[in-house]
Design a protein around this ligand. Structure first.
Ligand SMILES: CC(C)(COP(=O)(O)OP(=O)(O)OC[C@H]1O[C@@H](n2cnc3c(N)ncnc32)[C@H](O)[C@@H]1OP(=O)(O)O)[C@@H](O)C(=O)NCCC(=O)NCCS
Length: 152
């Protein structure tokens, strides 16, 4: 170790970042060839899955933004307009996304949510807490990682 020096960068030069990433990619491909063999095919691409609810005048009332990749539905955002909550719209958005994900051969769903958002809403829909990080926002609120088995 005597000839090795360490430097802190903020930000990191793109070519240095790429050289670090390259090593990880090589390692991952060696350790998990089956995954990368399918991930490199069109069938392994992630595909958007977005659902929007509209009122009779075509105004958006809420939406769900997600993607599917291989066995996973990954949900990023679920939001219903404040004047339209608690009318079943969120439940329907989730149901449409899950049904489409199953049609795309997904087996599992994943999302994350803060303690002041929807952990109970998602638990009612069959999601289970797979992980929790306290003080995620640095202001005392926890983030929950939640998953659901879509097919048994
Ligand atoms: C969370 C949210 C998407 C739910 O949508 P919604 O249309 O209000 O939900 P639904 O009307 O389908 O509610 C279904 C059930 O969950 C309950 N519920 C809804 N929101 C809830 C919440 N935040 N926490 C706990 N329970 C909730 C409802 O009371 C209802 O229960 P019930 O059938 O026993 O009456 C919506 O309230 C919202 O946009 N909240 C603010 C943004 C947010 O937190 N988004 C989630 C980010 S991860």
């Amino acid at each position: 170790m005597s000839n090795i020096t360490f430097s802190i960068f903020d930000p990191l030069d793109e070519s240095l970042k790429e050289s670090i990433n390259r090593e990880l990619r090589v390692y991952n491909r060696e350790k998990n060839p089956a995954f990368f063999a399918i991930r490199d095919l069109p069938a392994g691409d992630s595909r958007p899955l977005n659902v929007v609810a509209f009122d009779a005048d075509k105004n958006p009332l809420g939406g769900l933004i997600a993607e599917t990749q291989l066995a996973w539905l990954k949900i990023s955002i679920v939001s219903v307009r404040s004047d339209s909550r608690r009318r079943g719209i969120g439940t329907q958005l989730m149901a449409f996304a899950e049904q489409e994900a199953i049609r795309r051969d997904c087996k599992y769903a994943f999302l994350d949510t803060m303690d002041f958002q929807g952990p109970d809403f998602y638990q009612n829909l069959g999601y289970r807490v797979s992980g929790r990080i306290d003080d995620w926002d640095s202001h005392g609120h926890a983030k929950f990682f939640m998953t659901k088995l879509l097919v048994t």
